[in-house]
Design a protein around this ligand. Structure first.
Ligand SMILES: [Zn+2]
Length: 151
């Protein structure tokens, strides 16, 4: 059984996608940053673009982690093609880190907020405002790692 952990919603639908085991070249710089930040080697990670409008009822979903509880080396990240074209670099980074947070660090969503009103975690179900991330980037990178293995 497979579960999907989209950025905005929790959904349990199945995605009829061929099995990939690769990273799209456009996503690679963000995956590399993630590897460097956490001293990981993600040779087996899969991260691809997909038109998520085709498979998600909620058009606000811009990223999905297809999480395989039986073999989480088969987890796959899917990023919405349309969102990516207009997202800034910082939003792209937050999105990729969020989905890798699910798929690689086994993080769940986290909805609480900091005293400054910003979400406590990149694992907030909605993408953070850029100013929240800019001001606290080191904190967010650390938080993502420190709460790993929740799934
Ligand atoms: Zn999510």
């Amino acid at each position: 059984m497979k579960w999907f952990v989209p950025l905005i919603l929790i959904s349990c639908s199945q995605i009829p996608i061929k099995p990939y085991r690769s990273v799209d070249p456009e996503l690679m710089p963000y995956v590399k940053d993630f590897e460097r930040d956490y001293n990981l080697s993600l040779e087996k990670v899969t991260a691809r673009f997909y038109n998520l409008d085709l498979i998600m009822d909620d058009r606000n979903v811009v990223g999905i982690c297809e999480y395989n509880y039986h073999d989480n080396t088969k987890n796959k990240v899917f990023i919405d093609t349309k969102y990516w074209t207009f997202a800034s670099g910082i939003h792209r980074k937050m999105l990729v880190y969020h989905e890798l947070g699910h798929c690689v660090l086994h993080r769940k969503h986290r909805r609480d907020k900091l005293k400054n009103g910003c979400p406590t975690s990149l694992m907030n179900p909605s993408i953070l405002k850029a100013r929240c991330f800019y001001r606290n980037e080191e904190y967010y990178i650390t938080e993502l790692w420190e709460n790993r293995n929740e799934l």
